[in-house]
Design a protein around this ligand. Structure first.
Ligand code: AHR
Length: 499
């Protein structure tokens, strides 16, 4: 099969905000206990942080990590997680029916984030709590001193403020599963008043209002419209969450889910712009796609877990090669919307629906989905370019005409390279991709990295951590300003063009 790629230096989508390569650590399952934090482990540093996990997180180069939830945050008292560890309460976490021992809390997370070379995206509890607890937390974290909450932080041994710039005004408050679910008007008012208080403290802080928990929620997109009508003036982003599954073992539909993500983003953008128009506003609300991933493998196992334990093995999806392909198409979709999606968090980072897995007392390894995120984080920073691919389609009952190829293109910040990420959705055919670049005639294909496995259900595990891993392919003779490359069936491809 033949396909043709068109790229033009003049046609760009926008700058990629590096926070699009973000992730998420929730107090859930073994994300914290046994994941990033395991005192006594052979790899633990003096703070109990697993160095093997830190190395993998640094390798992924995750610019922002959302914390501490998720559903967890909606009944969390942040004050329980600071001060001398011996005095911290053990609490029942209603969201996940687990015990939270508060051995790892706010200041430990900020120390871990520093070690991981990342920034915090801090979530506030607007489920069971409100303006007062949120303002206190912001003051505790960001005020230098000589006030009650900032002095409390200092008394906890943290002299300098954390200066956290990005805050989530709650989590999934439209969801019946959420502790403290709200109507759009209830939430919109609370988000507005909380945002007002936070911006009185510091107008430069960036705030994310809660959007619908997924595109199937009954109130979507009226939820976004009502919420933003309340708090448009005070917030900067609206959150978007979606997880994708292959319960029917239907690969063509599974591989087409990025089209669903694309529609979802367009719908949320349209709703934000509707409110902007209604308000005669000048500010564009951007999207924080702060939960996205494949999630379904662990659903049955989770039903069998005993409640009220510390660090149970919850949401431990073991990802297959086909999941990595889907993740590749989802990343392409986020990059193609770089003008409006400014933050995105793969949910989550370690053990819980995550690219990094560990065994308590044992090693850490990369899941299949680690690779597309790694490549995008490494080569996907710069300017997202419009790209057009002439390629055939297949018919799908859910998504209509699905192109065999899914791609995104990024020009690097220094403008010296262009990287094209492409997934070939075809199960049998190699697609011969040719192309001509306008205004980029000096670029030549210099590298072609491929992620492929003959078995679409192949996984990585402790004993076979490199079973699904990328390989470098020879690029053959190439002419500058053009492209001619074969994309193997069911493959994630990273094509790097340099001068
Ligand atoms: O990421 C797992 C859970 O999914 C989060 O806690 C919640 O926000 C979402 O429903």
């Amino acid at each position: 099969m033949q396909a043709k790629l068109h790229l033009d230096k003049e046609f760009t989508v926008g700058e990629v905000d590096k926070r699009i390569f973000g992730s998420f650590i929730e107090h859930l399952g073994r994300a914290v206990y046994g994941g990033i934090f395991e005192p006594g482990h052979a790899q633990a540093d003096k703070s109990g942080f697993r160095k093997d996990v830190l190395n993998l997180v640094r390798e992924l180069d995750v610019p922002v990590v959302r914390y501490p939830g998720g559903n967890f945050v909606s009944s969390f008292n942040w004050e329980d997680s600071v001060g001398p560890v011996a005095g911290r309460p053990r609490r029942l976490d209603l969201a996940w029916k687990a015990v939270e021992p508060n051995l790892f809390g706010l200041n430990e997370f900020m120390a871990w984030a520093k070690a991981a070379n990342t920034e915090a995206m801090m979530a506030l509890n607007l489920g069971t709590r409100g303006i007062e607890a949120a303002s206190a937390l912001v003051e505790y974290c960001n005020h230098p001193g000589e006030s009650y909450w900032s002095d409390l932080r200092k008394s906890h041994g943290v002299k300098n403020p954390h200066n956290i710039k990005l805050w989530c005004l709650g989590n999934e408050l439209d969801g019946p599963w959420q502790v403290g679910q709200k109507t759009p008007d209830e939430y919109g008012r609370l988000a507005f008043e909380t945002a007002k208080a936070i911006k009185l403290f510091d107008p430069t802080l960036e705030l994310v209002a809660v959007g619908s928990s997924n595109r199937r929620m009954p109130l979507f997109p009226q939820w976004e419209a009502t919420v933003l009508e309340h708090c448009y003036d005070k917030v900067d982003y609206i959150s978007v969450h979606e997880y994708y599954a292959n319960r029917e073992n239907d690969l063509p539909t599974f591989l087409a889910n990025s089209i669903g993500m694309d529609h979802f983003i367009n719908d949320v953008v349209a709703t934000c712009d509707f409110v902007q128009a209604k308000k005669r506003g000048h500010k564009q609300i951007h999207l924080s796609f702060d939960e996205w991933n494949v999630w379904f493998h662990s659903n049955d196992a989770d039903k069998k877990l005993a409640p009220w334990t510390v660090g149970p093995a919850q949401l431990e999806d073991v990802y297959t090669f086909e999941d990595a392909l889907v993740v590749g198409t989802l990343i392409n979709t986020l990059l193609r919307h770089a003008d409006r999606v400014k933050i995105a968090c793969m949910a989550q980072l370690v053990n819980v629906i995550a690219p990094i897995m560990t065994r308590n007392g044992g090693p850490a390894w990369k899941q299949t989905i680690f690779w597309p995120l790694f490549h995008a984080s490494k080569y996907g920073r710069g300017t997202s370019m419009h790209l057009k691919i002439d390629v055939g389609h297949y018919a799908n009952a859910t998504y209509g005409d699905v192109p065999w190829l899914d791609a995104s293109a990024i020009q690097s910040e220094d403008r010296k390279t262009v990287t094209v990420f492409v997934v070939n959705r075809h199960a049998k055919e190699t697609i011969e991709l040719t192309g001509k670049f306008a205004g980029l005639e000096h670029l030549k294909l210099k590298g072609h990295t491929v992620l492929h496995h003959a078995d679409i259900k192949a996984v990585n595990d402790e004993k076979h951590p490199d079973n699904v891993a990328p390989v470098e392919k020879a690029v053959g003779a190439q002419t500058a300003g053009t492209l001619s490359v074969g994309l193997g069936p069911l493959s994630w491809n990273v094509l790097r063009f340099e001068a």
